[in-house]
Design a protein around this ligand. Structure first.
Ligand code: SF4
Ligand code: FES
Length: 220
């Protein structure tokens, strides 16, 4: 059985017109989106641009939109019941070429929140404190939550994106971090995040990070 894939094509350098190329790919059980992309690249069109590294859901480089949902292509299996499927680059990121997006705007914002341990305190890590930060330590910076952010967050540059919220939650729950992170968390930067939005974002996250809990934590 073959499935038709409509793949987003665009080259920002040539300022091409956006188009969707159609590829028919034979389905095999357990096939992932990355398997489809690699098949197209190796057998049908070697000009297709895309990113991947680990193929294990760890490096966070292979995020794409599958049928309008942000997913990691390496760890998302194809649903054979959908006969025509769309593969696009992550939403809310500028596209460089085909499925490759530019991370520059996001990284610029991200670095402002200092996403690393700083002003390190000599503090003992107990099991309780380690458990608090554990879910937020699982973030692989894939950007899927940013791609799945609702309109209210997309429209305003003043909101922190969900990936940044998770990272701040990770460090404010780590007693070794001595930076006064509340200073970057002025209320207006998280005002647009309701618990409902948090729950939706948590469902999108391929690492099952409770983004709603990060929001709750930061709001409190
Ligand atoms: S919170 Fe989840 S979806 Fe967002 S960047 Fe981290 S791993 Fe990806
Ligand atoms: S290739 Fe590394 S997460 Fe998919």
């Amino acid at each position: 059985m073959k499935i038709k894939f409509l793949v987003y094509r665009y080259n920002s350098l040539k300022k091409d017109k956006l188009r969707y190329d159609s590829f028919n790919v034979r389905y095999s059980k357990g096939m992932t989106v990355l398997d489809v992309i690699l098949f197209i690249y190796k057998n049908l069109d070697s000009t297709l641009a895309f990113r991947y590294e680990c193929r294990q859901g760890i490096c966070g480089t292979c995020g794409i939109m599958l049928n309008s949902h942000p997913v990691l292509s390496c760890s998302t299996q194809i649903n054979p019941d959908i006969k025509v499927q769309k593969i696009e680059p992550l939403a809310n990121f500028p596209v460089e070429k085909d499925l490759i997006v530019s991370l520059k705007p996001v990284l610029k914002r991200y670095l402002q929140i200092k996403p690393y341990l700083t002003k390190i305190q000599k503090k003992l890590i107990t099991k309780n404190t380690a458990d608090l930060s554990k879910p937020f330590r699982k973030c692989i910076e894939c950007g899927c939550c940013i791609a799945g952010s609702p309109e209210i967050l997309k429209k305003s540059a003043k909101y922190l994106d969900p990936m940044s919220l998770v990272k701040i939650a990770r460090y404010i729950t780590d007693p070794r971090d001595g930076l006064k992170r509340n200073s970057v968390l002025i209320k207006s930067k998280i005002k647009g995040y309701s618990q409902e939005i948090g729950k939706e974002l948590s469902k999108i996250c391929p690492r099952e990070i409770p983004i709603d809990k990060a929001i709750q934590l930061l709001k409190s």
